[in-house]
Write a protein that binds this ligand. Structure first.
Ligand code: NI
Length: 152
């Protein structure tokens, strides 16, 4: 009986120390243009092709936020999903949804709004708001087949 009890306590404590990943999906639409202002129009066309369209183009971005941490023994949560949901909504979706990333978003002043750079910007915004004990990774889909992750 005592052995069983000890086994149970050990198992629960081991379980609590284990790290778990939790994910939250989000979505936003945004317009952008990819170009390097220091290059000629010809070079920009060569490198960025249709993405250099001066009249902009849009994407339906899908975002997956991954948070890794230990399970809080009092709540059973790694992170409160409601808190994470609200954070992504207020800090990412409301900031970028239906915006022109080049023109409307100061975050991309002087930064080409590629999927890579958007992922890094999103990471930076969320990282500041999350408990430092939690690991964070973002995956951003620009199309169904093209996506990036940061950090790696
Ligand atoms: Ni594009």
């Amino acid at each position: 009986m005592l052995n069983l009890l000890l086994l149970k306590v050990f198992t629960i404590k081991t379980f609590i120390r284990m790290k778990v990943a939790v994910y939250r999906k989000a979505h936003f639409n945004a317009a952008h243009r990819l170009y390097n202002p220091g290059w000629s129009q010809e070079k920009n066309n060569d490198v960025f092709g249709l993405c250099n369209n001066v009249n902009w183009h849009g994407h339906n971005y899908d975002l997956i936020v991954k948070v890794v941490g230990e399970i809080n023994p009092e709540t059973g949560y790694v992170v409160d999903m409601k808190v994470l949901k609200d954070l992504i909504k207020s800090e990412i979706e409301e900031r970028f949804d239906h915006k022109n990333l080049n023109l409307d978003c100061v975050e991309f002043n002087g930064i080409n709004p590629t999927a890579e750079n958007i992922a890094v910007v999103i990471y930076g915004i969320l990282r500041e708001k999350l408990d430092p004990s939690l690991d964070l990774q973002v995956r951003l889909y620009e199309t169904e087949r093209n996506f990036v992750e940061y950090p790696v």
